[in-house]
Design a binder for this molecule. Sequence first.
Ligand code: FE
Ligand code: FE
Ligand code: ZN
Length: 276
Amino acid sequence: MLHIGCHLSSARGFAAMGRQALDIGADTFQFFTRNPRGSRAREADPADAAALTALLREKAFAPIIAHAPYTLNLCAADEERRSFAREVLSDDLHRMELLPGQYYNFHPGSHVGQGTAAGAAHIARALNAALWPGMTTTVLLETMAGKGSEVGGRFQDLREILDQVELAEKVGVCLDTCHVSDAGYDLIGDLDAVLTEFDRVVGLSRLKAVHLNDSLNPPGSRKDRHARIGEGCIGTEALARVVRHPALRNLPFCLETPNELPGYAAEIALLRRLAE
Ligand code: FE
Ligand code: FE
Ligand code: ZN
C-alpha cells in the first residue's frame, strides 16, 4: 500500500496532527519543528508526544517527518549564524526523542559564496557535533532546487556531506520532486535515469522519503515554487510514475502542495488510485 500524507500545522499539538492525518486518508505526515521562519520552539508536551506515538503504532503509520525551519543555515558565512543553526539542530534532535524512530528533514543550506565544498564541510561538522550513537531519529538531507547558492541542488553535494559524517547510518536523503526537476534532473522524461544517477552518486539505500510536489516552473529553472499535483510543469502522469516506481513505492510520500485539508485529501485519494 502507498504510504502518503501531507504537511500539517503543528499548532494544536502532536496527537491532533495524527488524528487530522487519519481524517484525510494519510498514513504519514510532516510538520515544522518550530515556526518555519522564526526560531522559537513550542514547549514540547511528553504526554501529547506519547499519545501520537501510540496512534502511529496502532494505525501502522509509515515514519513521519519533522521539518527544520527554512531559516536554518548550517553553512552560513557568518560564524554566529552557523552556531545558532547548530543549536537549533541539536535542540530539535533532542526533542525528537519524544517521538522515537521518526525522520528529521532539513535543507542543507546556502553557502553564500563560500563554495559548495566549504558549505558541505560546515554541514558535516554540524552533524558530527549534533548526532549521537543512541539517537533513534534518522536525519534527512533534502534535495534542493539549486536556487542561489543552495547546497543540495546536485546529488554530488549530498555525497560530499555524507562522506564527512561520522555516524553515517543516522543520515539519509529526502527527494523532493519539485526541487529535483527545478535543479535540472529529467524527472518528467526519464525517471529511471534520474534514479540510476541517484543510486550511483548517493545510493538508493540512503533514500528514506519523498516530497511529492508539482512545480510551477520548467525543469532546470532553479526556482522552487510548488504547485498542486497536475497543475504544474511536472504533471500527474510523471508524478504517478514516481509513486509507482519499484525503487520508491515503499517509501513515505509527503505532499507539500499549496492546499488546505480538503485539497490534500483529494490529492491523497488521487495518488492512492494512481499507485494501484
Ligand atoms: Fe523542505
Ligand atoms: Fe520539500
Ligand atoms: Zn520547496
